[in-house]
Design a binder for this molecule. Structure first.
Ligand SMILES: Cc1cc2nc3c(=O)[nH]c(=O)nc-3n(C[C@H](O)[C@H](O)[C@H](O)COP(=O)(O)OP(=O)(O)OC[C@H]3O[C@@H](n4cnc5c(N)ncnc54)[C@H](O)[C@@H]3O)c2cc1C
Length: 372
């Protein structure tokens, strides 16, 4: 048996759950600690690009994910008047990568991961908001403590850095939601509308179901009621073309969320002793990178593979950082560049993947992901 066997994971988000599944499958004893009283399905949806589907296939979950999600063929970019500015062929990237791209509601993704954990009998303690003292205790009781506790207030990250690492606010707010449109309105394409300092993205899942995000430049104001943000969204996008109007007329108000969007600068290290951070806790990127959940899944796969291959914990943790830092930093940089071009006052927002071919994108996303 491998000497790194008892693993504590703090945070049952995408990164923590994926690692728990992969590590348990290869024989580790895994214990998950989650702050909330159940797995959170807050959030609208995610696009799982081919690199994420590669990992989900290794987890044995590709079929369920494809069943629950949608497979858009194009990403089309429009200006705020509805004039198409560009089109990106998602199927070309899928073909080159050897894996599909799947759009899925977050609640469906999380319920698939939860079921996989249940099937594997992974021990999960809910309602455990871990403190710095708790992490110190876990360090004594486990071979490895993994912080997958998210971007904003990662306690595990806090134990690694004497000076608290503060996520950077990038100057825009996102309102995210889910809508049921008439079937066919979205024509199996991700719709990305951009104005100056404003963006409205709509992602089809299936049969008219879609998730979306309206975003604009804003100062942080957590005091004002949520309703004022929704009113502002309606006001800002009231003259934008369909399907933006259809979305705004038909969204489900319950899961609506307002997010002041933060990310992290690349960090110089992610581990100390037997403690490691992964996912957003280590390298949160902006939603404009489209890669946050995908990179969280990749982290889980890389770490599980290193744990299987190596006996020395220090080597596992050092190699993990070396294998992951370039790609995750690139996702952080790309996210910032795109956000800057949309929300930073440039007159002509840069197009999605401008200047990058399907070949380059596929090579970048799939880099390092090889079957055993
Ligand atoms: C608007 C928006 C749109 C996005 N769209 C996409 C997309 O299309 N594609 C994509 O790949 N990514 C997308 N992302 C990013 C993606 O959602 C995140 O990168 C991903 O969820 C990170 O997963 P994680 O497991 O690292 O963190 P999280 O999902 O944040 O999970 C952290 C978990 O840790 C728990 N926790 C926190 N503190 C503690 C504690 N002290 N003790 C115990 N538990 C704790 C939390 O309750 C939570 O369950 C988007 C993000 C946003 C904001």
């Amino acid at each position: 048996m491998n000497s790194i066997n008892r693993i504590a994971i703090v945070g049952a988000g995408v990164a923590g759950m994926a690692l728990a599944i992969l590590a348990k499958k290869q024989g580790c004893q895994v214990t998950l600690y989650e702050r909330d009283s159940k797995v959170s399905s807050i959030g609208a949806g995610v696009t799982l690009w081919p690199n994420a589907i590669f990992v989900l296939q290794q987890m044995g979950l590709e079929k369920e994910i494809k069943r629950a999600g949608g497979t858009p063929r194009y990403m089309r970019q429009f200006d705020q008047y509805g004039v198409q500015q560009g089109e990106f062929d998602i199927e070309a990237v899928n073909m080159l990568s050897g894996f599909p791209s799947v759009t899925i509601l977050r609640r469906d993704l999380m319920s698939i991961l939860t079921k996989a954990l249940d099937d594997l009998d992974v021990e999960i303690y809910f309602g455990c908001s871990m403190s710095v003292q708790d992490i110190d205790r876990l360090k004594q009781d486990f071979d490895l403590v993994v912080g997958a506790d998210g971007r904003m207030n990662s306690v595990v990250r806090h134990t690694l850095y004497a000076e608290k690492v503060n996520p950077c606010y990038q100057g825009f707010v996102n309102i995210i939601g889910v809508s049921q449109l008439k079937e066919g309105v979205l024509d199996n394409a991700i719709h990305d509308f951009r104005g100056s300092g404003e963006r409205f993205g709509i992602v089809p899942v299936k049969a008219g179901l879609c998730f979306w995000a309206g975003a604009w430049n804003a100062n942080i104001d957590k005091e004002g009621p949520l309703s004022t943000w929704y009113d502002e969204m309606h006001q800002r996008f009231r003259s934008w073309p369909d399907p933006v109007q259809s979305v705004l007329e038909s969204y489900d108000k319950a899961p609506l969320n307002r997010i002041f969007v933060h990310d992290l600068d690349p960090l110089p290290y992610w581990h100390q002793d037997n403690v490691l951070i992964i996912g957003d806790a280590a390298h949160a990127s902006l939603p404009t990178s489209g890669q946050g959940a995908c990179q969280a899944l990749e982290d889980a796969w890389y770490l599980a593979r290193l744990l299987e291959e190596q006996d020395e914990l220090e080597n596992v943790l050092t190699d993990f950082y070396q294998q992951r830092i370039a790609k995750t930093s690139a996702a952080q940089t790309v996210g910032r560049q795109l956000a800057q071009s949309i929300f930073g006052g440039q007159s002509e927002p840069q197009s999605f993947a401008s200047g990058i071919s399907a070949e380059q994108l596929s090579q970048f996303w799939m880099q390092g992901l090889e079957m055993k």
